[in-house]
Design a protein around this ligand. Structure first.
Ligand code: IPM
Ligand code: MG
Length: 349
C-alpha cells in the first residue's frame, strides 16, 4: 500500500497530519506513506506546482492523498505555474475522469445546515462529476475580439466517449444505491449538453433497473436547496459539478465535511476534500480535518477494497459529530488536533 501524500498549501498541511494519524491507527498492512510537495509549496521549493519528482511518485503509488492547493502569494503567476494547475495536471495525468462527491446528512448537524432541519436531514446523495473535460480542459485564451476589445474564451466540449464512460459509472453507482440517477445539464442552451443528454439516454438502455431523469443545472441548484432528499446520484459535467458540490456541502452543514474520490478505469485514485487551502485560517490549527479524514476512508474503499476499515473511519467521524465536537466551521471551537484526537480515540473504541 504505497500512498503518495501531497498535503499542498494552507490548511492542507494541518488536515493531512490528522488523516495520517487516523490511517496509522488502523494498523494497515504494509502502509507506506510517501510525502511530496505540490501546489504553491512546490512552486516555492522547486519552481513548479507539479514537479516531475511528485508526478513520478504519484504514478508509482497505489493511491494519492491530496490536501489542498492555492496560495495568495501565487495569484499573479502565469496560469501554468499557479497552484491550481497541480490538481488539474494530476487529474489529467492520472486520467481520473470520475469524481465522486458524496453528501450525506450527519446526525446532530441538522440545525447547522443552511437549510431547514427537516429538509437537511434527508440529504443522502452522490454527485458524480466528470473531471477531465469541459471548459476546464478545452482550448482557452485571451484574444482580441472583432471589435478590437480584449476577449477571454474557454471552449466547452465533450465527445461521446467522455460522456458514456462517466455515464456508465453513474448508472453503476446508482445500482449500488437507491437506483435513481439525475443527469444535470443545460440542454436548453448548450450543444454540449444536447449531446450529453443523448448519450446518457443511450447508456440508460444498459441499466433498465435505474430510474433516469434529466434536469437543467439552474433548476438543479434550486432543487438542491428546496428538496435535496429527492436526489440519489447526480451526474454532471466538470463545471456544473464543481459548483453544485460546493452548494451541497453547505446543505449538509459545512464545506469542511465533504470528501471526494477521483477515479479512472482502475483502482489508482486521488482522494481530496472538496474544499480549498483556506489561506485566511491556515496555520491557526482551527481547520476542520474531517473532509480529509473522510477522503482517506474513500481511498481505503476505492483503491484498496478495504470496505470494513473505510466504514470504521466513517462511523468514527459520525460519532464524533453526534457527540457535538464541532470545529470552527460549524460554530464550535474544537481545534484541528482535538477533532483528529477524537476520531482516533473513537477508532480505539
Ligand atoms: C475542486 C476545486 C478545484 C476545481 C480547483 C482548486 C481547481 O474547486 O476540486 O472543486 O475547480 O476542480
Ligand atoms: Mg470546487
Amino acid at each position: 500500500m504505497q500512498i503518495a501524500v501531497l498535503a499542498g498549501d494552507g490548511i492542507g498541511q494541518e488536515i493531512m497530519v490528522e488523516a495520517l494519524r487516523v490511517l496509522e491507527k488502523l494498523d494497515l498492512p504494509d502502509l507506506q506513506l510517501k510525502p511530496a510537495d505540490v501546489g504553491g509549496t512546490a512552486y516555492k521549493n522547486h519552481g513548479h506546482p507539479l514537479p516531475p519528482a511528485t508526478l513520478d511518485l504519484v504514478m508509482a503509488s497505489d493511491a494519492v492523498l491530496f490536501g489542498a492547493v492555492g496560495d495568495p502569494d501565487c495569484d499573479d503567476l502565469e496560469r501554468h505555474l499557479r497552484p491550481e494547475q497541480a490538481v488539474l495536471g494530476l487529474r489529467k495525468e492520472m486520467q481520473t475522469f470520475a469524481n465522486l462527491r458524496p453528501a450525506k446528512a450527519f446526525s446532530g448537524l441538522e440545525n447547522l445546515s443552511a437549510l431547514k432541519p427537516e429538509v437537511a436531514g434527508a440529504i443522502d446523495l452522490l454527485i458524480l462529476r466528470e473531471l477531465t473535460g469541459d471548459v476546464y480542459f478545452g482550448e482557452k485564451g485571451q484574444r482580441q475580439s472583432a471589435a478590437g476589445l480584449r476577449e477571454g474564451y474557454d471552449i466547452m466540449a465533450y465527445d461521446e466517449q467522455e460522456i458514456s464512460r462517466i455515464a456508465h459509472i453513474a448508472f453503476k453507482a446508482a445500482q449500488g444505491r437507491r437506483k435513481k440517477l439525475c443527469s444535470v445539464d443545460k440542454a436548453n442552451v448548450l450543444q454540449t449538453s444536447v449531446l450529453w443528454r443523448t448519450v446518457v439516454n443511450e447508456v440508460a438502455a444498459d441499466y433498465p433497473d435505474v430510474e433516469l431523469s434529466h434536469m437543467y443545472v439552474d433548476n438543479a441548484a434550486m432543487q438542491l436547496v428546496r428538496n435535496p432528499g429527492q436526489f440519489d446520484v447526480m451526474l454532471t459535467g466538470n463545471i456544473f459539478g464543481d459548483i453544485l458540490s460546493d452548494q451541497a456541502s453547505m446543505c449538509v452543514g459545512s464545506i469542511g465535511l465533504l470528501a471526494s474520490a477521483s477515479l479512472g478505469t482502475g483502482t489508482h485514485g486521488l482522494y481530496e476534500p472538496i474544499h480549498g487551502s483556506a489561506p485566511d485560517i491556515a496555520g491557526q490549527g482551527i481547520a476542520n480535518p474531517l473532509a480529509m479524514i473522510l477522503s482517506a476512508a474513500m481511498m481505503l474503499r476505492h483503491s484498496f477494497a478495504m470496505e470494513t476499515e473505510a466504514a470504521q473511519i466513517e462511523q468514527a467521524v459520525a460519532a464524533v459529530l453526534e457527540k457535538g465536537l464541532l470545529g470552527h466551521d460549524l460554530g464550535g471551537n474544537a481545534s484541528t488536533r482535538e477533532i483528529g484526537d477524537a476520531v482516533v480515540a473513537q477508532l480505539a473504541g
